[in-house]
Write a protein that binds this ligand. Structure first.
Ligand code: HEC
Length: 218
């Protein structure tokens, strides 16, 4: 042994200490430690210094995880629509637990379907033009009415082709959309008109009612 060798050992010792930059401060590096030894400045973990919850416990107060995975919880709050904790079943859009929602082709939870007019549960009438005046209404007038209701009729009601539509409105015998309130309908429905000759058939009366109820369009 000589002095130079001893000096070299000393040098190496100090050099290595400074070189790794670590100053050993003892403490627990885990803030969840129960024993209060956590030290935010600690950079060396001394195994024995940290104690943690054990067994089923999830905190330092002895709480355990409930059925919902909540530490110390009472097991409520995670039930599915069947009441099963974390069961995962949900209500469908119709309010049925684990239901399949609105079925294909239906448009609401009552099983209604879209009609031809895209109305849910509709009867398909809302978008149809309804009864065609020229081909379905006027012929009734031509057969049963316009030999009396011509241009000179004392009621003023002219039911001839080309005149009838405007005359019906001029004489206020139509309430658009409401056959029951329309004089034209009540007269033929009661058999009051035609004044002479056979009454209109049921289907002719219905055609007039439909035409009025669907807006009395030309
Ligand atoms: C035989 C002739 C005759 C025939 C056919 C006839 N009417 Fe009349 N109509 C009259 C007379 C007359 C009046 C006026 C007296 C009255 O109001 O009852 C009248 C009145 C009416 C009125 C009331 C007019 C108003 O301004 O209030 C309506 C509506 C009417 N007829 C509809 C018809 C229809 C629809 C037909 C065919 C299905 C028809 N009539 C067939 C003779 C006729």
């Amino acid at each position: 042994m000589n002095k130079i060798f001893l000096l070299s050992i000393l040098f190496l010792f100090f050099y290595s200490c400074e070189d790794d930059g670590l100053i050993p401060i003892y403490g627990c590096t885990d803030p969840t430690a129960c024993d209060g030894t956590y030290d935010p400045n600690a950079n060396i973990h001394v195994n024995d210094s940290c104690t943690f919850p054990s067994g089923d416990e999830c905190d330092c107060d002895g709480s355990i995880l409930d059925a919902c995975g909540v530490c110390g919880g009472d097991g409520t709050g995670c039930e599915d629509c069947n009441g099963t904790p974390n069961g995962g079943l949900i209500f469908d859009e119709c309010g049925v637990c684990d239901g399949e929602g609105i079925a294909d082709g239906t448009c609401d939870c009552d099983g209604n379907v879209l009609d031809d007019c895209d109305v849910c549960g509709g009867d398909g009438s809302s978008c149809s033009s309804g009864v065609d005046y020229e081909s379905e209404i006027q012929p009734i007038f031509n057969i049963h009415c316009d030999h009396c209701h011509d241009g000179d009729h004392n009621s003023g009601l002219d039911l001839r082709t080309g005149h009838s539509f405007s005359s019906l409105f001029q004489n206020n015998v139509i309430v658009e959309g409401d056959a029951e309130a329309s004089n034209l309908y009540t007269r033929v429905e009661s058999g009051n008109m035609p004044l002479t000759g056979s009454d209109l058939s049921e289907s002719q009366v219905n055609t007039i009612a439909n035409w009025i109820n669907k807006g009395a369009n030309p």
